[in-house]
Design a protein around this ligand. Sequence first.
Ligand code: MEV
Length: 315
Amino acid sequence: MTSTASAPAKVILFGEHFVVYGVRALLCAIDKRITATSKTIDEKKIRIISEIGSVEVPLGSPESDHRTARFMRPFLYVTRRALKESGEKRGIEMKLESEIPPGMGLGSSSAACVAATASVTGLFGRKPAEEVLRRAIEAERIIFEDASGADSSVSALGGLVSYSKDRIEKMGSRNDLSLIIANSRQVHSTREEVLKVREFKRKNEKLFSQMCADESAIVEAALGALEKNDLREIGLLMSKNQKLLEKIGVSTPKLDALVGAASKTSYGSKITGAGGGGCTISLVDKTNTEQTLESLRKVGDCFVAKIDFEGLRYL
Ligand code: MEV
């Protein structure tokens, strides 16, 4: 018996970094997925296979085995838990296949946790999306203690999500946005970028508080523009948001070059996620997609993404 589930990647449309200081952020799931397929096997083992590494442990091996690669631990956790709850005595093999570039701020590890949880629990009876989400967040927190759960929530729920520290809300809007995602290929550390912004805030308290107010105004205006599907206005607001991100120091010459290349033809362009590397997003429609792709390709890799409204999918 096999059980397969998939979950999408995400981008942050508005509000990264400022969300840490209480501003609302807007995120959406995109049509790049990670798929997990689990099956019971006649060996007394748990085996996880992925394009970026594999692991095999005997059933009953200790949970806190620090020799296991960090990124594998959430998958072992959800598998052990499913075995324990079901009373299954055989082993499990899980295969992960991804269309999401890892380590680029597109939420690949959260999507993997959601897909893996749904796939392995699905071997013994499918669980509702909310239950899968709760468990996926627990699994993710094994390696990212401070994970807010925002990325996993967007991945499980799909569509547009409004997120603030104390509230995650799926939005009713069903905008058919096209975004070009461009990859700087610069490896970044979210933690380092967050610390950099904290330092900026410490040195510029008054200015930073004004910037939070400005970002809040951008997010509120973006909600209105999304409601009207006003691409020009959404794009303008993205570019305004980018200026604030540049000011707090999370852009890099490569990210500036990507934003610059896309700005000539797209509706608007900005970093998505922590910055310091990772990706940019540019808003386009059929009138300017090709020209924008052409300019961006001169600077980095890029692809077109659409909003995924489905979220978690069982196959
Ligand atoms: C990282 O994807 C988003 C940040 O706002 C950090 C966070 O919200 O935890 C930079």
